[in-house]
Design a protein around this ligand. Structure first.
Ligand SMILES: N[C@@H](CCC(=O)N[C@@H](CS)C(=O)NCC(=O)O)C(=O)O
Length: 158
């Protein structure tokens, strides 16, 4: 089973448009061509300059795109290897990953398992002790298609 990225998290990209706008159609095509998940918000044509002003966009035209959540996701991804180092450390010291699984195992293991399920983010977990641990805690989880721009997964890119 595959699940849409939007089911798992709020899309990092929000596109504002109006019906029948050809520049909006163009941007939708570009986002889809690049496989970037986005949430489309349709504004009322004619009233959209006012709506865009209220949304704090500098220009009164559509397409208008918000990437602020994306920057947060990018920062979280940059911090992820450090957090995974801590999970590996907890496993190594025997705090988690023992024969008998406890509350901490299920909380941490389930979180790491979701990361593994993501086709792109999962690469950051591959080969770590955290990977085997999470697969033991939650063996099955739906696959989540890749959705991140490739350079967000490169250490030091945030
Ligand atoms: N070249 C611009 C054109 C955008 C544009 O003119 N959009 C129209 C809708 S198709 C609009 O929002 N017009 C409102 C206005 O000019 O106040 C772009 O691609 O962003």
């Amino acid at each position: 089973m595959r699940v849409s990225w939007d089911v798992v998290t709020e899309s990092p990209i929000r596109l504002y448009g109006i019906a029948l706008s050809h520049p909006v159609l163009g941007v939708q095509g570009m986002l889809e061509r690049k496989g970037l998940a986005y949430r489309y918000v349709e504004l009322l044509g004619g009233a959209h300059p006012l709506a865009l002003f209220a949304l704090r966009f500098a220009r009164p035209t559509v397409p208008a795109m918000r990437l602020s959540d994306g920057r947060r996701v990018q920062r979280d991804l940059a911090e992820l290897p450090g957090l995974l180092d801590r999970v590996d450390g907890l496993i190594e010291s025997g705090v988690i990953g023992g024969e008998e699984l406890g509350a901490a195992d299920f909380q941490i293991g389930a979180s790491v398992r979701v990361l593994i399920a993501m086709q792109d983010v999962g690469r950051l977990v591959a080969g770590r002790p955290a990977e085997a641990f999470a697969l033991r805690v939650v063996p099955d989880y739906p696959e989540v298609p890749a959705a991140m721009p490739a350079d967000w997964l490169t250490p030091g890119s945030a």
